[in-house]
Design a protein around this ligand. Structure first.
Ligand code: HEC
Ligand code: HEC
Ligand code: HEC
Ligand code: HEC
Ligand code: HEC
Length: 437
């Protein structure tokens, strides 16, 4: 009797369990798991407070600054900072994240640029923030993304790196301009609860701190991302030691080439048909003060090997990836990170047995940089309105070697070329070049 009653209870127990799990799941997704892929830090949890126009100027707009700071304005306009809002990749991902307000605190950081004011963030949950209409919102100004005033204007004063400028607007000296503090707010996105990143999703700052280029050479972000220049800071002003406002990074193949040194070796050096040849591509982070790739966790390199016959048919292929592997659901767990620290190197190996009678095969070695994966790109196109054709992967290195007795010569030439390239343009080749010898 008793047993039978127990058996009847089973379905009830299962239903209760399922309900319990549902409630837990609901609680987890609404109260525990952050709604965005990063955590909140007090400094970027809020917009930069409303800025009035400094005395002597008629607007905060970059274009207004550009009437006197022409060169800087043109550089800024060409930079990704100026596109931090209009950037089609930002727009697509922002749409994916339901255009949540928090993104704007770095991509359009001034209150003047934001449609709503945040009055409260209950329990630090960004999706529950209390928002009210911002009467001083300027939609045109929002399109300027990380505009001049985001870094330079506070409370009617224009801050800068000089202590002695005579300007038609109030100025003040701020030592932060000559340190990394000025980049910290936005380039050190941290992780939140239940997000197990090694460093946060755009945590370049944390990768850089105290590493080689800073400790040994005193390089700061600006050393590499805002090259030094001597010119008047404003029309008609005296010559100054200033910096170009270009901030080249992952969207610029030239900049990426500067970060990496690539070196190819093979064994045996004069392979014959029937022999197995092992090719090693060494990738060195020779020119970046942080890991490569850095920043956005989608960024990655591929190191590619292809053997082609006389008709360019691919006989063998190997593609290795350098980046971070992240499990996004149900919690964020960074499973693996094989990015290169400054001055670190890694060998990628490929072996191939040359078929009998084939002495005109070619080995293609190639390194590419990817802003995002092909899958993500397709998803953004299909679901989140990405239309622009902005390139999202770049060829960083390409070289072909004959898989026959000419191989030794081709390898020697490759080494010579990288030495010459390095001597010819010490500024644009890797900052530190291991082939200087
Ligand atoms: C009417 C011309 C004019 C306009 C408009 C103007 N500036 Fe200036 N600014 C100057 C001059 C002149 C100097 C002084 C240059 C010098 O001493 O070398 C200066 C200096 C500066 C400095 C250096 C301050 C320091 O002491 O370190 C910064 C930064 C600056 N301006 C930013 C801006 C920004 C941002 C805007 C727009 C919101 C702007 N300026 C608009 C003319 C102008
Ligand atoms: C107010 C926030 C903010 C500040 C301050 C800031 N950045 Fe940025 N930065 C961004 C955002 C947002 C992007 C990405 C824009 C995009 O791709 O949509 C970016 C992009 C970049 C990139 C280009 C990356 C690429 O994909 O090509 C570099 C390099 C960079 N910043 C360097 C710096 C340096 C150096 C400083 C300090 C002098 C600095 N930034 C200060 C917000 C900021
Ligand atoms: C992401 C932050 C950032 C943005 C945005 C930015 N600047 Fe700067 N600016 C800096 C830094 C850092 C320096 C200090 C460079 C140095 O060490 O001389 C600087 C220096 C200056 C100077 C002094 C001259 C020089 O080259 O050092 C002027 C003038 C200036 N900026 C104007 C502007 C104007 C105009 C804009 C917009 C068109 C702008 N800045 C946008 C960070 C920024
Ligand atoms: C020694 C030179 C050097 C220093 C110092 C340096 N960088 Fe870079 N950075 C590079 C090079 C070269 C690249 C291009 C390689 C790449 O994109 O991975 C790069 C790439 C980047 C990118 C682009 C990532 C992407 O693909 O979107 C960002 C953002 C960035 N740096 C920010 C910073 C910040 C912030 C600092 C200071 C904390 C800094 N960098 C210090 C050389 C440097
Ligand atoms: C704390 C500052 C900060 C916040 C908040 C922030 N970002 Fe960013 N974002 C950055 C920086 C810095 C970069 C540039 C990093 C790099 O180049 O890899 C960036 C880059 C990006 C990129 C890459 C753009 C490109 O051209 O490849 C996308 C997409 C993006 N952010 C979307 C978002 C979205 C969506 C949100 C809100 C859910 C957000 N960001 C919130 C700082 C921030």
């Amino acid at each position: 009797m008793r047993r039978r009653r127990d058996r009847k209870r089973w379905p009830l127990v299962m239903v209760a369990l399922a309900l319990g799990l549902l409630v837990l799941g609901y609680y987890f997704y609404t109260e525990v798991r952050p709604a965005v892929i990063f955590g909140l830090r007090p400094d970027y949890a809020h917009a930069i407070p409303f800025q009035p126009v400094p005395l002597g100027l008629s607007s905060l707009r970059a274009e207004e600054c550009g009437t006197c700071h022409q060169a800087i304005y043109e550089e800024w306009r060409s930079s990704i900072h100026a596109q931090a809002y209009t950037d089609p990749f930002f727009q697509a991902y922002w749409t994916k994240d339901n255009r949540i307000w928090i993104c704007l605190n770095c991509h359009t950081p001034l209150e003047n640029q934001q449609p709503t004011l945040i009055t409260d963030i209950p329990r630090d949950r960004v999706e529950k923030a209390v928002q009210v209409h911002n009467p001083r919102y300027d939609p045109e100004y929002q399109r300027e993304g990380v505009t001049c005033a985001a870094c330079h204007v506070r409370n009617g004063t224009i801050f800068g790196p000089f202590g002695d400028s005579v300007a038609p607007h109030p100025t003040d000296y701020d030592p932060a301009f000559r340190t990394t503090a000025i980049c910290y707010r936005c380039h050190n996105v941290v992780s939140g609860p239940f997000q197990f990143y090694n460093v946060g999703p755009c945590g370049t700052y944390a990768e850089y701190e105290g590493k080689y280029f800073m400790q040994q050479k005193g390089y700061i972000c600006q050393t590499c991302h805002m090259p030094e220049v001597i010119r008047p800071a404003a029309k008609g002003g005296p010559l100054r030691h200033g910096r170009r406002h270009v901030w080249r990074g992952g969207h610029d193949p030239e900049m990426i080439r500067r970060a990496v040194a690539i070196y190819v070796q093979a064994e045996p050096l004069k392979p014959q048909p029937g022999e197995t040849v092992t090719v090693t591509v060494t990738v060195i982070n020779a020119g970046a003060g942080h890991k490569i790739p850095t920043g956005d966790p989608d960024r990655h390199f591929t190191v590619e090997f292809r053997v082609r016959d006389r008709d360019r048919h691919v006989l063998a292929e190997q593609v290795d990836t350098m980046g971070r592997w992240i499990l996004w659901q149900p919690v964020i767990v960074e499973v693996y990170d094989n990015r290169l620290l400054p001055l670190a190197s890694r060998d990628y190996q490929f072996t191939f047995t040359i078929p009998e009678g084939q002495s005109d095969l070619v080995l293609e070695t190639q390194v590419r940089y990817h802003i995002l994966t092909d899958g993500q790109h397709a998803m953004l196109r299909e679901k989140y309105g990405l239309e622009a054709d902005d390139p999202y992967r770049f060829l960083i290195y390409h070289r072909e070697f004959p898989l026959n007795t000419q191989l030794a010569l081709a390898l020697e030439k490759q080494q010579l070329d990288s030495r010459l390239a390095c001597r010819r343009q010490p500024e644009t080749s890797a900052m530190f070049n291991p082939f200087h010898g």
